[in-house]
Design a protein around this ligand. Structure first.
Ligand code: NAP
Length: 247
């Protein structure tokens, strides 16, 4: 479905991003595995090796998406290596959960800088290349960006911001056949959710009609749909993948 397409997936050395990279590669894409700091280099190189072993093409590029110049460099290295960018998945994200009364300025700023400004930085630098022949951008939001959540003022604001940015950019680039959509996952098993207390997990589960947490492949499947021509008439959309949690 993505034969010879070039895809950049931010924050893809583990979790949802890694599964998106694997899935895109299985479907023929050349993939760029992005990781933020030296500490994830080993994991990033492992996934690159796995993809190459399976007959695919991949490189690993270190870049902190919250840094304007590093995001620019990520796109430049991609184009220098593979010649173009067809697909961008803005997946990198963090949580720094705390009640508003106790939330520090640093906890607020770091989440906004990575989750929201990071999406701006990457779209800003990738669209320069992508608008030449069109493509697909997929921004990872969250159901929390639609409905809010206790202890997540910073995170929900960043993810609501991603939805607004997705819709504005979708309007700006539609004439270039560059489609821009968002995915709003519910509770997906990953490092991000592993660190939550059991009581929160149990309470969350009670609110999920499908009565289970999601897995990373279930997000990657929707990303594949949005990246491919199967969604050729879809832009500015937000697709919830949450087992019915936020309907
Ligand atoms: P994860 O396992 O923690 O993955 C997040 C990835 O982002 C990691 O690879 C991380 O790298 C990377 N990252 C962090 N800061 C970065 C930066 N400044 N620049 C580049 N990469 C950076 O979490 P996940 O569950 O897969 O989450 C992926 C996305 O889905 C996030 O945007 C998250 O908000 C969203 N989401 C997840 C859920 C869920 O239930 N899991 C629900 C809704 C939305 P390091 O490991 O090196 O820090």
């Amino acid at each position: 479905m993505l034969k010879d397409k070039v895809a950049v997936i931010t924050g893809s050395s583990n979790g949802i991003g890694k599964e998106v990279a694997r899935t895109f590669s299985h479907n023929g894409a050349k993939v760029v595995i992005n990781y933020p700091f030296e500490r994830s280099k080993g994991e990033a190189e492992k996934i690159v090796a796995e993809i190459i072993e399976a007959g695919g093409e991949a490189i690993a590029v270190m870049a902190d998406v919250s840094d304007f110049e590093q995001a620019k460099q990520l796109m430049k290295v991609t184009v220098d290596t593979f010649g173009t960018i067809d697909i961008l998945v803005n997946n990198a994200g963090i949580t720094r959960d705390m009640l508003l009364l106790r939330m520090t300025e640093e906890e607020f700023d770091s989440v906004i800088n990575i989750n929201l400004k990071g999406v701006f930085n990457c779209m800003k630098h990738a669209t320069r290349f992508m608008m030449k022949k069109g493509g697909s951008i997929i921004n990872m939001s969250s159901v929390v960006g639609l409905h809010g959540n206790i202890g997540q003022c910073n995170y929900s604001a960043s993810k609501a911001g991603v939805i607004g940015m997705t819709k504005s950019a979708a309007r700006e680039f539609a004439s270039k056949n560059l489609r821009i959509n968002a995915i709003a996952p519910g509770f997906i098993v990953s490092n991000m959710t592993d660190k939550l207390p059991e009581t929160i997990k149990e309470n969350t589960l009670k609110g999920i009609p499908l009565n289970r947490f999601g897995n990373v492949q279930e997000i990657a499947n929707v990303a594949l749909f949005l990246a491919s021509d199967l969604s050729s008439y879809v832009t500015g959309e937000v697709i919830k993948v949450d087992g019915g949690m936020a309907m």
